[in-house]
Ligand binder design. Structure first.
Ligand code: FS2
Ligand code: SF4
Length: 558
């Protein structure tokens, strides 16, 4: 196995990456190897999907399938060998279908068919043993000794960034939003990565193309969410439980939450959000419509083993981040109360397809539920695009009057490392005449603090999930227009926290849009070499966080 895609990857002086019997996330060597074979084969599917587009052959099932199956290999998504083998079988069938369609079109046009290099030529009789036997040739760091660490680092930046794009393509697809052009660009890049490109210039171009395709996909997803559930309106969310039977919904797929809310109406069950689902409270067709969506339970993903063990009801994981539901170490397992959806999987945990959540409801009714109300504690969420635009004129007035001096976007993932307390301290120490925008699960590091207001404008603005980076970008563009300057000239600083591959995709989007001087933490991605970090610093001003005091001083002095 070799995997270096997330922030908690193993780092040693001898080399970075999870490379032995299991990763820090609990992914075994077997699962990692199966995922490598799946990804390589998917690159081959994209190779033929890309070639077939020359003849205007577009297969909607292939367009949907490649990102969906690729998403299953993202950190903390799918640990189930059986399902990974099944995804690979399907990928092989679709690769052959695309190849046949392309070859037939070439024959008809009397043209010579191209043979894609690398992944496009991969043949496999799909079963687990055969996949494991072929895994070494598909490992994500294949060819390292020929190309060196800098080129490998750029390949991995592209591969992992594109994996984040795949996740957002799938989230948009389940809301009925698909784009032929964006799928086409996705296949082009996926196919090229399967050919193991080795030129630094080309890989840098590909990374910027990934950033731009991700911008389009986040826009698509924003449309899917706002068309389906309305535009978020800021909502106060109780972060403490109330008495009664309970269902907890985690992950990013709002449509699952809607189904659950509809099907639990009048059944005496309270529904709670968890982690990245928190912003759902702000959507008119979710939080505003269903009073039995009573609040949020718990914090970010890395605390789920304790929080889920103590949750006296059923738990639904709609997307990442999932970790072992039978942890031991004195923590009671909850695998029998856990349900996975979409591409999420854990062996032995019930996986639900379709729109019927009666198994979840039955499970919740059989559990004890919360015995009493805890004293409420609130956070506010829902400052997405429309709410931010509505507030923009007042914000601009306060900037002009000198009452708002700076904006911080303190967004991204949460995680286990103690160094992540930087983000709590940064939020707490940001001067009173500054606004803090946040998004994604990193907000749980500070969304229980009191920030107050500046002349009626809340100092703390929770924009939403990670993909709502799209909303934050729209605000930055609107402010730049209002002040007749570039985004980089605004008193706006981005201090991001990364954990998994969606954060890589968003970072590439910001870089591709020309945003400079972004700070990232708690560490630099382990696949980026010192040379690459230096190059990104030179070109984009990208830098690692230092101390809160130093960074605040530097930012505010600039
Ligand atoms: Fe948090 Fe995990 Fe949103 Fe990430 S719940 S680290 O997937 O995408 O952020
Ligand atoms: Fe290691 Fe992260 Fe890969 Fe898991 S996802 S194996 S922790 S690098």
């Amino acid at each position: 196995m070799f995997c270096v895609q997330c922030e908690q990857t193993i780092q040693t002086p001898a080399g970075n990456g999870c490379a032995y019997t299991a990763g820090m996330c609990g992914k075994t060597a077997e699962i990692s190897d199966l995922q490598d074979v799946l990804v390589y084969l998917l690159q081959g599917v994209s190779a033929y999907a890309h070639l077939a587009r020359q003849y205007d052959i577009v297969d909607a099932e292939v367009d949907a399938y490649v990102p969906q199956a690729f998403f299953s290999t993202l950190t903390n998504v799918n640990f189930d060998a059986k399902r990974l083998v099944a995804y690979t079988e399907r990928a092989m069938a679709l690769r052959n279908r695309m190849k046949d369609a392309y070859l037939a079109a070439c024959t008809q046009a009397l043209a010579t068919a191209e043979t894609p290099l690398g992944a496009g030529q991969f043949e496999l009789s799909v079963d687990k043993a055969a996949m494991l036997a072929r895994a070494p040739e598909t490992m994500v760091n294949r060819g390292l000794s020929e190309v060196g660490e800098d080129i490998m680092g750029l390949r991995l930046l592209c591969l992992y960034g594109l994996k984040g794009v795949a996740a957002y393509l799938e989230h948009a697809r389940v809301l009925g939003q698909q784009s032929r052009d964006l799928f086409g660009e996705f296949h082009r890049i996926m196919a090229r990565l399967g050919e193991d490109p080795s030129e630094m210039g080309e890989l840098l171009e590909l990374s910027m193309a990934i950033g731009m395709v991700n911008y389009g996909v986040m826009e698509l997803l924003d449309r899917g969410e706002t068309d389906t559930f309305g535009h978020p309106e800021p909502a106060k969310v109780n972060m403490k439980p109330v008495a009664g039977k309970a269902i907890l919904v985690s992950g990013h797929d709002l449509i699952d939450l809607q189904h659950i809310l509809e099907q639990t109406q009048g059944k005496g069950i309270n529904v709670y959000t968890h982690g990245e689902m928190l912003p759902a409270h702000a959507y008119p067709e979710l939080g505003h419509k269903f009073p039995h969506l009573v609040g949020n339970y718990g914090t970010a993903w890395q605390h789920q083993q304790k929080e889920f063990a103590n949750f006296p009801g059923a738990i639904v994981m709609t997307s990442n981040c999932l970790i072992d539901p039978e942890p031991g170490r004195g923590i009671e397992g909850y695998g029998d109360r856990l349900f996975t959806r979409s591409i999420v999987g854990w062996p032995g945990v019930t996986h639900l397809e379709g729109e019927d959540f009666s198994a979840v409801i039955d499970c919740a009714l059989a559990q004890e539920g919360f015995k009493y109300d805890e004293i409420p504690h609130y956070t506010t969420t829902g400052f997405a695009r429309n709410a931010l635009m509505a507030a923009a004129p007042a914000v601009i007035d306060q900037v002009k009057a000198g009452n708002i001096k700076h904006f911080f976007l303190l967004g991204g993932c949460d995680g286990d490392k103690a160094e992540r307390n930087y983000y709590t301290q940064f939020a707490a120490q940001a001067p009173q005449d500054t606004l803090i925008l946040t998004l994604a699960c990193g907000k749980f590091k500070f969304n229980d603090l009191e920030f107050g207001e500046i002349n009626g404008i809340p100092r703390f603005l929770d924009v939403g999930q990670c993909n709502d980076a799209y909303s934050a970008i729209q605000l930055a563009l609107a402010l730049a227009e209002a002040f007749e300057c570039g985004v980089n000239d605004l008193p706006l600083s981005m201090v991001l926290s990364w954990f998994e591959q969606k954060a890589i995709a968003i970072l590439l989007t910001l870089l591709a849009l020309g945003v400079k001087d972004i700070r990232v933490g708690p560490t630099v991605p382990a696949f980026l070499t010192d040379n690459l970090v230096a190059a990104l610093n030179e070109q984009f001003g990208l830098r690692l966080i230092t101390t809160v005091e130093q960074d605040l001083n530097d930012i505010l002095a600039a």
